[in-house]
Design a protein around this ligand. Structure first.
Ligand SMILES: Cc1cc2nc3c(=O)[nH]c(=O)nc-3n(C[C@H](O)[C@H](O)[C@H](O)COP(=O)(O)O)c2cc1C
Length: 146
């Protein structure tokens, strides 16, 4: 089983989350591919059984610029049968808290993926309990592939 974790992170919070998500995937016995979304193309997703996307929220509840090409490349993909989840750091002082997580989750569902965990939104830098939630998310997706 192959699982990929793709993330965008400007100040490192979402990247820290990605590291913990990866650890949770490993706990379930799968070695994930972990990449910055800028080094990935939407078409690659077809190669994987598990897809976990991480993005901070930008602008007024928008996807980060780094995610835009990838998001467009996802159009038309057929992701049925794949297990997926989404996470991201955000800031509750903004009206659209963690909206990028919702945008990516909707996209995955629209393309037929089975999103097996609630979108995980973390306030700024992940706390110890947030990190545990990240590991649990990774583990949940990996275990759904068994
Ligand atoms: C210009 C700007 C716009 C932002 N807009 C939002 C927003 O609409 N909603 C939100 O939840 N967070 C927003 N944020 C907060 C970031 O998502 C937050 O700082 C996050 O921790 C960054 O994650 P990173 O360290 O992975 O880059 C914004 C931050 C900046 C600088």
């Amino acid at each position: 089983m192959k699982l990929i974790i793709l993330f965008a992170s400007m100040t490192g919070n979402t990247e820290e989350m990605a590291d913990e998500v990866a650890e949770g995937v490993r706990e379930a016995g799968i070695e994930p591919v972990v990449k910055n979304v800028m080094d990935a193309s939407g078409h690659e997703l077809g190669e994987y059984d598990g897809i976990i996307l991480g993005a901070y929220t930008w602008g007024d509840g928008e996807l980060p610029d780094e995610f835009l090409d990838f998001y467009e490349e996802m159009d038309g993909l057929e992701l049925s049968g794949k297990k997926a989840a989404v996470f991201g750091s955000a800031d509750s002082s903004y009206a659209q808290f963690g909206k990028a997580v919702d945008i990516l989750k909707e996209k995955l569902e629209e393309l037929g993926a089975d999103v097996v965990a609630e979108g995980l939104k973390v306030e700024l830098n992940p706390s110890d309990s947030d990190k545990a939630a990240c590991r649990a998310l990774g583990k949940k997706v990996a275990e759904a592939l068994a």
